[in-house]
Ligand binder design. Structure first.
Ligand code: FES
Ligand code: FE2
Length: 442
């Protein structure tokens, strides 16, 4: 690596960042080590591996990993590598391996926690350094694995904060997503959408709380929704969720943006929380919760009205419409998005249908809304490859951010506080070794 720490530190200033952090392959490689090699990263939800032998593959930074339900019911996360010749052990996707894993190359077998079970023709190993109990002959587990209300995270670092400390105020969004289920539990249902964006992963995180873009980037979809509603003489849910982006600046200015350590945060929701008990779907949802918790508590749960939450490095859970957009960096200019939709256990089916409608209309590859964002991310990537300037601006309401006991809060809903917070965290990840809890030596 030729870039040193003082140069990295220079790339992030309080109100601007250098464009190379989006485009430079060397910086991307360092991010894989210092962000994705350390932070707690969302692997998947426990409901994706219900039975022993079920697996779900994914990536933590540039590492292929799999989440696997053990015979003892525990969820394990191991690298997708056979310790013999290094073959990727299971194919990418979801499946069930049965009682044990068997490598398709030379048939070494492994227990469901990745430890070596047997090798064929074992006599051939006698007199060599092969030792079944030596970890080098087993699939390697991730350094730390933990689950928060069914959401499984892993860290490649032994050191650093525990998962709850790491999540901080963002844990409240996972709590609220689960609490919206009368049983307090959610499950991934209906497979996932995948979208490959031709842009750097950080651009998407910035956009999640970028209120200034909504009435501009999404003009075509909110205008179409308004025309359709005028023709029909009503604004059904399907149009309402597109119409929301067309609110005037004064609306966005009043929203609250919260920022937490490690780059996390959330944006206050853009839909009216009192609607929670007015439309028919919200009404039956409210009733199912009230039956279990009483009306006051049900109102409190549905009244927590967060739009996109950012869990930096992992993606964005949306509590009200029950989804998790998982963000996986692939290359400096490639980012894979996986959209999971959740069913709230015990809630009326209409609530899940509504979440699917939201995912389909707003975020899916065929939606009317998200492709406009994705095109703008691509343009940012392309523009930053030109010699047309060096810096990316995060000046809006700079210097006005208010400190709270948990983090920071914006003074105006159009503030670029979320971007400033994300990049302050980025700098900290990039300059700190969690195993040492001290600065990397340049
Ligand atoms: S590479 Fe897996 S058994 Fe040989
Ligand atoms: Fe957008």
């Amino acid at each position: 690596m030729s870039i040193n720490n003082s140069e990295i530190a220079q790339l992030v200033q309080p109100d601007r960042v250098h464009k190379s952090i989006y485009t430079d392959p060397e910086i991307f490689a360092l991010e894989m080590q210092r962000i994705y090699g350390q932070a707690w990263i969302y692997v998947g939800h426990e409901s994706q591996v219900k039975k022993p032998g079920d697996y779900h593959t994914t990536r933590i930074g540039d590492q292929d990993v799999l989440m696997l339900r053990g015979s003892d019911g525990k969820v394990n996360v191991v690298y997708n590598r056979c310790p013999h010749k290094g073959a990727q052990l299971v194919p990418l996707g979801d499946g069930n391996v049965g009682k044990f894993l068997r490598c398709p190359y030379h048939a070494w077998t492994f227990k469901l926690d990745g430890s070596l079970l047997s090798v064929p023709l074992r006599g051939g190993m006698e007199g060599t350094a092969f030792n079944k109990d030596d970890p080098m002959f087993s699939m390697r587990p991730l350094a730390r694995v933990d689950s928060y209300r069914g959401f499984v995270f892993a860290s490649q670092s032994e050191g650093g904060p525990d998962l709850v400390t790491f999540l901080g105020g963002a844990a409240g969004s996972i709590d609220n997503l689960c609490d919206r289920s009368p049983e307090g539990e959610v499950e991934v249902v209906g497979g996932v959408f995948q979208v490959m964006q031709q842009s750097n992963w950080k651009v998407f995180y910035e956009n999640l709380h970028d209120t200034m873009h909504a009435p501009i980037t999404h003009e075509s979809s909110f205008m179409a929704a308004r025309e359709e509603a005028a023709e029909r003489g009503e604004m059904p849910f399907e149009l309402l969720i597109m119409d929301g982006n067309g609110e005037p600046y004064e609306f966005w200015e009043k929203l609250e943006l919260c920022a937490y350590p490690y780059g996390h945060g959330y944006m206050e929701a853009i839909f009216d929380p009192t609607a929670a008990t007015r439309d028919p779907v919200s009404r039956v949802h409210f009733e199912s919760l009230a039956k279990v918790h009483g009306e006051e508590k049900a109102r409190e749960i549905l009244g927590m009205n967060r739009h996109n939450t950012v869990i930096y490095g992992s993606g964005s859970p949306h509590t009200v419409f029950q989804q998790f957009r998982v963000i996986r960096p692939i290359a400096p200019d490639r980012t894979l998005i996986e959209i999971q939709t959740f069913r709230l256990k015990g809630a009326p089916e209409a609530v899940f249908d509504r979440a699917l409608t939201y995912t389909n209309l707003i975020n899916s590859p065929s939606s009317n809304v998200m492709p406009d964002d994705v095109e703008l991310y691509r343009r940012c990537q392309q523009g930053n490859l030109t010699a047309g300037g060096e810096w990316v601006s995060h000046h809006r309401y700079g210097g006005t951010d208010k400190q709270t006991p948990e983090g920071m809060v914006s003074t105006n809903g159009t503030s670029e506080l979320p971007m400033r917070n994300q990049f302050a965290a980025w700098k900290q990840y990039m300059l700190t070794d969690w195993n040492q809890e001290k600065k990397h030596v340049a």
